[in-house]
Design a protein. Structure first.
Length: 257
């Protein structure tokens, strides 16, 4: 079986000591492709370096994470737009709204989010959306723009069935990661009622490790653990599920491999 990790911060300093080994373990686990979302100005260079070193395995995105939206967000967006115009990226991400950590820049987050959604329309790229305590606000922003060609994934989905339907109805997929394996997670009940065609796999490495590694550093090699749990929930043979998820990801991100 082969897999794609649709969301991994492999440029994070948590991997500085053993990045090559991390990538090798992923390949050995059948995770052939890893998609890297950008976060802020500091993450651009290390992200590009990894993707240049592993061009067949690692693919970059370009976007400003909502938690990185500060007073100077307009200047940062201008810089990122120039990068988007000059380099090939598979998505606009990681973008969105985060009302969990800091609400000081809510209005700026909305403006930055909408601006980057417009980039996706212009470039005909999918978006990778970060949504934390902000589902209704994000849906409102998407509806206000009313971009018929917009597509993408709500990364690290842990919401309700109603929220899942709202996302799917707007043409987006759900990124499913380690939370699906947590003992007291309510996510399995939600996912059991959704078709696999709406789902993607992700780690969000180095965060949110699946069981039995919960609380430890996450890595792309753990994708099969999430896939195994998803196969159990959906009552599917693992190889059938893996093939469907592979196809879902290729269609959304227009991957050629």
């Amino acid at each position: 079986m082969k897999f794609i990790d649709t969301h991994a911060h492999l440029y994070a300093p948590e991997f500085d000591a053993d990045r090559a080994q991390i990538l090798q373990r992923a390949l050995e686990a059948g995770v052939e492709i890893m998609l890297l979302p950008n976060i802020d100005e500091e993450s651009v260079k290390p992200m590009h370096q990894i993707c240049a070193a592993y061009p067949q395995q690692c693919y970059p995105m370009m976007g400003l994470h909502p938690s990185s939206v500060k007073e100077n967000y307009e200047a940062v967006l201008a810089h990122f737009k120039s990068l988007l115009d000059q380099n090939p990226y598979i998505a606009v991400g990681e973008i969105g709204i985060d009302l969990y950590w800091d609400q000081s820049f809510v209005e700026q987050q909305k403006l930055a989010f909408k601006e980057q959604l417009r980039w996706a329309e212009q470039k005909q790229l999918p978006v990778v959306i970060h949504s934390r305590e902000a589902h209704e606000v994000i849906i409102q922003c998407i509806d206000e723009l009313n971009i018929s060609t917009l597509r993408g994934v709500f990364h690290c989905f842990t919401g309700s069935l109603q929220e899942a339907h709202q996302i799917i109805e707007r043409g987006f997929k759900l990124g499913i990661g380690g939370v699906l394996t947590f003992k007291n997670s309510k996510l399995p009940e939600v996912i059991s009622q959704l078709d696999v065609s709406h789902l993607l796999l992700e780690t969000d490495a180095p965060y949110l490790s699946p069981a039995p590694h919960r609380g430890q550093r996450n890595e792309s090699a753990y994708i099969p653990l999430v896939a195994q749990r998803l196969a159990e929930i959906k009552g599917l043979k693992p190889e059938i599920l893996a093939a469907q998820l592979w196809e879902n990801t290729h269609q959304l991100f227009n991957l050629n491999s």
